[in-house]
Design a protein around this ligand. Structure first.
Ligand code: NOJ
Length: 762
């Protein structure tokens, strides 16, 4: 922002502040701090029905030509001027995915000076994994198994975003993703419920901070997408979902409940239908469960045109009906369709929507605006100077590098090929991701810029003793071959001692509307991998990916494989840190990598079936595919270190757990290698016989520990009855006495050390 603009902004600010000082909303609400005041009622009483519907209408920002639409289908946002006219007329509660403090300042000034009631606007945005500093995609960061890290990156994102005027983020995305064909798993924490809950909680804490929502660096969190959005048939985005109530309660609900427990006060209804009733018009979901059962008092917002899509679903005949169905089911605020402002007033006057329901929804919006401190100071997050000062600072970039490094998973390391020596070896960097700033920040980033990312070539050259020892050859495009590319890559490989092969998915291959029918490395890159491997040079594969991949051929056969996802602004340096051993890989897979796409949906916590195939070869008439086992190639929780880790000495505090008691379970984890290692020690259980069949394994706890070479550590977990809950025959939380298997293990499929205990009858 230049000085001219800031001076103008400052002048407007003075004028707006004067207008605000005498505004009716200020008179009613100015003295309140964070609680819902009785005066909200007085404000409500002064509002026209149109102004009420306006408070429930959120639109993509039109500023700068509607950049917000780039990540959503094009829809009628209008121009900035028409949007300002709506603000003046009280037809808009706020905008999302706008562009910085200057825009927010201009809009808020109009709201404060020129609207009748001078109710502050709310500025929302998809701040998913960073703002201008981009952190790893959430799926990658979940692999760190460090909720504290996710909390720090969410905090950092909130600090940057809030300075640019953003009050509310459409995050965290807490959808459990059990089908890797679905592209949006990249935005969440993967397939596991416990990890999903812990990451949800961490991100809510991080976004909202610990100084209250009125703090100028607090950003209101929104848990999304409610619910089971990841369970679309065939892994197809937006597709129909038909899961049992029990699976909802056991799998898809818990991360939302955790997010709410941690203080998330908004939730976004998902696009999908749920067993025939779209989530956006589902009274059972939005009222019976969310409000009545869980006591949620916050705000439900539709997803982008979700109410309009009730027509597409074949659930509503027209716009008016769609509005009524969504609103009466419990969607308080409409995003982007304009349906609420267009149809609620008429529905209220026709008696089809009671005024009480309208008031209830408006109250929820005003309550949040109060909590965010907007009635106290509508400009509290709008500060061009702070915007400049808080963005992409050195500590932010250091955190981007740290979080990226700690999200990298080592799948394979045959013959200890990694870490690579920093000197004396000629390295051929090959592949479509070997260089270039595209495909670093991931598919769902509104504010990051390719130009701010540090690529692999730069990171690797900075990490080695002599950068002239590193060559770079693309060899192939992401989905298309490059003429002569393979020949050039083979020549480069022959001239080198080691090949680092950067292959996988481009960032447009995952994210919204990017379902894949085969979760494989695209064929031209597979051909490149084959040709490079045929040179006989040792190959380190660096996978770039927004989901689990079914690896095959030369990509799978390479002696070393690192999963490097989309790691954000500091991708290259972070990968360099791991490749050359400045730090060891410490992340684990948050999603299982299957043998083949046909296994999807695959999740480690599947049921046994009546005919489980025992470990080992496939047996006749047992549950397996003709071609592949009923298992993962690289399971959830898997990840190697540069150390040599062994599990031994399982000790149970007792063989019995009293009904109201606890049970300690410990094992000794040893690093007998010559390098330091960080191990994610995982505790799994299996309920051997229950009135509802139970998963073959379920993660119940984990701990990330650091082990120096030669060090050993006893890791102790404590289980109680609450850890053994499931939703029983009557759908209520149930625990049944009986025998449980327990493992402390390095992955969901590894044996680690195991034992058995019995939960005793009360
Ligand atoms: C649609 C996406 O489903 C949602 O996650 C996002 O927050 C909105 N678009 C707004 O951009």
């Amino acid at each position: 922002m230049d000085d001219r603009i800031s001076r103008r902004a400052a002048l407007m600010s003075v004028a707006a502040a004067a207008a605000w000082a005498t505004s009716p909303a200020r008179a009613l609400l100015g003295q309140t701090h964070g609680t819902l005041p009785a005066s909200v009622e007085s404000l409500l009483a002064r509002m026209s029905v149109e102004e009420k519907a306006g408070q429930l209408t959120l639109m993509a920002a039109a500023w700068a030509g509607g950049a917000a639409n780039a990540l959503n289908p094009i829809s009628a946002t209008g121009t900035f001027d028409t949007q300002l006219a709506d603000v003046r007329a009280g037809r808009l509660t706020g905008v999302f995915n706008g562009n910085g403090a200057e825009m927010a300042h201009r809009m808020q000034t109009v709201a404060m000076r020129e609207s009748r009631l001078k109710i502050p606007l709310l500025f929302a945005a998809d701040v998913i994994h960073g703002f201008r500093t981009v952190f790893p995609v959430p799926l990658a960061e979940a692999g760190s198994f460090e909720p504290a890290l996710a909390e720090r990156t969410a905090r950092a994102a909130a600090v940057e975003a809030s300075a640019a005027g953003i009050d509310w983020t459409f995050a965290p995305m807490v959808d459990i993703a059990r089908d890797q064909r679905w592209g949006r798993g990249v935005e969440g924490a993967g397939e596991d419920v416990l990890l999903g809950r812990m990451m949800a909680a961490a991100r809510v804490r991080g976004f909202q901070g610990d100084r209250g929502l009125a703090a100028d660096d607090a950003v209101l969190a929104c848990a999304k997408h409610f619910v089971a959005y990841g369970a679309g048939e065939g892994g197809l985005d937006y597709n129909s979902v038909d899961v049992s109530e029990r699976t909802l309660r056991d799998v898809y609900f818990p991360p939302f409940q955790t997010a709410f427990g941690e203080g998330a006060q908004t939730v976004m209804a998902s696009f999908n239908e749920l067993s025939g009733i779209p989530a956006t018009a589902n009274p059972w979901l939005l009222d019976t469960v969310l409000r009545k059962e869980w006591g949620f008092e916050g705000l439900v917002v539709s997803d982008y045109t979700g109410d309009m899509e009730l027509i597409g679903h074949g659930f509503a005949a027209d716009a008016r009906e769609a509005t009524r169905l969504a609103f009466m089911a419990g969607v308080d605020m409409s995003m982007q369709s304009g349906f609420y402002i267009d149809h609620l007033p008429a529905l209220v006057s026709a008696g089809a929507v009671p005024m009480a329901r309208l008031d209830q929804a408006v109250r929820r919006v005003l309550a949040l605006k109060v909590k965010l401190g907007l009635f106290e100071d509508p400009f509290r997050r709008i500060d061009p100077k702070r915007e400049k000062a808080r963005i992409r600072t050195a500590p932010m970039l250091a955190l981007a590098r740290e979080s990226a490094r700690r999200s990298i998973v080592l799948l394979k390391n045959d013959g200890d090929l990694l870490p690579l020596p920093k000197r004396g070896k000629r390295i051929a960097l090959i592949g479509p991701f070997a260089a270039g700033q595209h495909d670093l920040i991931g598919p769902w980033n509104v504010y990051g810029s390719d130009a701010d990312g540090v690529d692999l070539l730069t990171g690797v050259r900075a990490a080695v003793a002599d950068p002239t020892f590193v060559t770079m050859t693309l060899g192939s495009g992401v989905e298309q071959p490059i003429p002569g590319g393979i020949a050039a890559a083979v020549a480069a490989a022959r001239a080198a001692d080691i090949v680092v092969l950067a292959i996988g998915e481009g960032q447009s291959m995952s994210g919204e509307a990017q379902s894949r029918d085969a979760i494989v490395v695209p064929a031209p890159q597979q051909a490149l991998a084959g040709a490079v491997a045929a040179t006989g040079k040792p190959v380190v594969v660096l996978l770039r990916n927004g989901r689990a991949l079914a690896l095959e051929g030369a990509a799978l056969a390479a002696p070393a494989i690192l999963v490097t996802w989309f790691l954000g602004s500091q991708s290259g340096p972070a990968i360099g840190d791991i490749l050359f051993g400045a730090e060891g890989p410490s992340a684990r897979l948050p999603v299982s990598f299957p043998y083949a796409t046909g296994q999807e949906p695959y999740h480690y916590d599947h049921k046994s079936t009546g005919r489980p195939n025992p470990p080992g070869d496939s047996e006749p008439y047992k549950a397996h595919y003709r071609e592949v086992p009923n298992a993962a190639l690289f399971p959830f929780g898997h990840g190697l270190t540069y150390g040599r880790i062994t599990y031994a000495g399982l000790e149970l505090g007792d063989t019995r757990m009293a009904w109201d008691g606890t049970l300690t379970i410990r094992a000794t984890i040893t690093n007998s290698g010559t390098r330091a290692a960080e191990e994610v020690v995982q505790l799994y259980i299996h309920d051997v016989a229950a009135s509802i069949t139970r998963p073959v394994r379920q993660l119940k706890a984990f701990r990330k520990i650091a082990l120096a070479p030669g060090a050993a550590q006893v890791v102790t977990f404590t289980l109680s009855r609450a850890d053994l809950l499931f939703h029983g025959v009557d759908m209520s939380p149930t625990v049944e006495p009986g025998v449980f298997n327990v493992w402390i293990a390095p992955s969901a499929q590894a044996e680690g050390v195991s034992g058995t205990f019995t939960l005793m009858q009360a």
